[in-house]
Design a protein around this ligand. Structure first.
Ligand SMILES: Nc1ncnc2c1ncn2[C@@H]1O[C@H](COP(=O)(O)OP(=O)(O)OP(=O)(O)O)[C@@H](O)[C@H]1O
Length: 227
């Protein structure tokens, strides 16, 4: 059946339809742009065994892109030192406040050092993205697992040493560890490597053999999102 509408019947609605379609498409474009900005600002978790080269790669990245990254401000129950400003070096809070935040699951991870609690809150990480920067989290295995339980929409990079022997050599070469702490790090490394071998545990695993090659992959993944 072919319907004949009087001219005025369909004309106005059609032009309105075009107008709303146009505004819908332009809204979509804005949303897509916002989505793609949000996508490039997703926090990045960098993990890997102690001595695998995380700091070396990150320092190079921060030198190459000084304004692109931000760090979450941790919470602590310790008192501010002279010159420290609340919300800048740390969010200084009382132990009661800290315990409440733990109960409310506001932390990705927290720990106690020398009688003071320190923690990374989910809100502190989100606040970095809202300032237009990529938040980098350099954390160990338990932290990685904890981040996965949040809604942070994080990307995961694992830095892998070429072998445990080379890892040991690098830790020895760094001259920062005792024989005992090197052994503890190597034991932890085995667990981290086993986790990294599981399908889907990280978005990218980079073997840090030749530093320049590893850095190129690292930079491409984090900055240019070529995964
Ligand atoms: N590709 C590489 N080739 C040779 N040496 C490297 C390479 N990458 C890093 N190193 C060296 O290995 C040592 C460990 O690196 P780095 O301190 O960056 O490890 P890390 O993963 O940050 O360790 P941690 O978790 O203990 O802070 C350093 O002395 C560093 O100079």
């Amino acid at each position: 059946m072919f319907l004949h509408f009087p001219r005025n019947f369909y004309r106005k609605p059609t032009s309105n339809l075009f107008r709303s379609l146009f505004s819908f498409i332009s809204t979509m474009t804005d949303l897509e742009q916002m989505d793609s900005i949000a996508e490039t600002l997703r926090p990045v978790v960098v993990s890997g065994p102690s001595g695998s080269g995380k700091s070396t790669l990150l320092n190079r990245l921060f030198q190459d892109y000084p304004a692109k990254f931000g760090f979450s401000v941790s919470h602590t129950t310790r008192s501010p030192r002279p010159g420290e400003v609340n919300g800048v070096q740390y969010h200084f809070i009382s132990r009661d406040e800290f315990v409440n935040l733990i109960k409310e699951n506001k932390f990705i991870e927290y720990a106690e050092f020398s009688g003071n609690l320190y923690g990374t809150s989910i809100a502190a990480v989100k606040s970095v993205s809202s300032q237009g920067k990529i938040c980098i989290l350099d954390i160990e295995l338990n932290g990685v697992k904890a981040v996965k339980k949040t809604d942070l929409n994080t990307r995961f990079v694992f830095i892998k040493p070429p072998s445990l022997e080379i890892l040991k050599e690098r830790l020895l070469g760094r001259k920062t560890e005792t024989e005992e702490s090197i052994q503890a790090r190597l034991n932890a490394a085995e667990e981290e490597l086993a986790y990294a071998n599981q399908e889907g545990s990280h978005d990218i695993v980079i073997t840090n053999d030749d530093l320049d090659t590893a850095y190129e992959k690292f930079k491409n993944f984090i900055v240019e999102d070529k995964s």
